[in-house]
Design a protein around this ligand. Sequence first.
Ligand code: SF4
Length: 380
Amino acid sequence: MAGIYLHVPFCNSRCIYCGFCSTVSRDLRQKYIPALMREIQERRDFFSPLYESDRIIKTLYIGGGTPSVLPTEILNEAVSAIRDAFKIAEDYEFTVEVNPDDITEDYALSLRKMGVNRVSMGVQSFKDSHLRWMRRRHDSETAIKAYRILRSAGFDNISLDLIFGFPLMTLKDWEENLDRITDLNPEHISAYQMGIDPETPLERMEKTGEFSLPSQEESEEMYSLLQKKLKDGGYIQYEVSNFCKPGYHSRHNSSYWNRTPYLGLGPGAHSFIGRHREWNTSDIATWCDLSTMQIREGETLSPEDVFNEILMLGLRTAAGVSLDTLRNCGPQSPLFISDLLPKLSAMESNGLITLTPDGKIKIPPGKFFISDGIIRELFV
Ligand code: SF4
């Protein structure tokens, strides 16, 4: 089993908090598809070290940037080339990220025709004042309308994103956002705490004192409300930031957490196979330049890296990580396990970790908010 991620690095405007690889430049859009075609050809043997049956692509995810700023004919060209170059499973999950103001009936139907069976839409908030402050292009009404259009077009697997933890947002606003989203009843919800990424307008505003994040206590209160409201709404929390109706977890994102091999195409995209990780340059012009071969860097993970990565990715999920998986992940694992066990038992007595009778290590959902700190303490 394997996955493919395709990065579309274009947006029509930049959001205040965005640290993703994306540009508003239209000139580069012309160069993008030829460069992508070249990369698809160059990478068609990426999965060849795997057994034949493991080379089958089970998930395809087109993310960004904003893939929906591109006409579906262009996206379709890319998807056709991917279908020609790789072996795709019949029941594959095919997700495209969209922005609400790009969604028209025609666009939604074209996505369906392309074979897209899951749409992820960045709503972020249902309050127009929040959206304006974030410099999002859409307003709340547009997001709701886009959601309804997607439903009418036949999409039965829709994910909506929300953001919390910024000063403009009160606890009451957040509660109302959660009520709105559960009323809409999407199959999947991702909710992210706002962070300050380097070289973003938000970082500059923080430096000049125009902006500061709310206190940890305030954000934690919002996170607890998120967990409660979505649980009451029939959602299962399967990862720190991800909630779904039963059976609707993101198969693509879950494969990252399970360390399934994946190929990343497009600027800034990451790839992973075995113990090897690679990343394309996030300089979009360089990536687009057909004469430049220096678009990719890579590293081979050390035994410690592999162990820590399995631990980190597993502990961010509700399923946790199995001690057996850790024990068998490399020749030095028994050594790492002996370092880990005393830390685990200390954390278990503090209620930060649960050790299950079937040998799983989990972070209790009530401690997910501080999971990064817990995981860091456990690294070998
Ligand atoms: S739409 Fe997404 S990728 Fe584009 S600027 Fe906003 S957050 Fe970044």
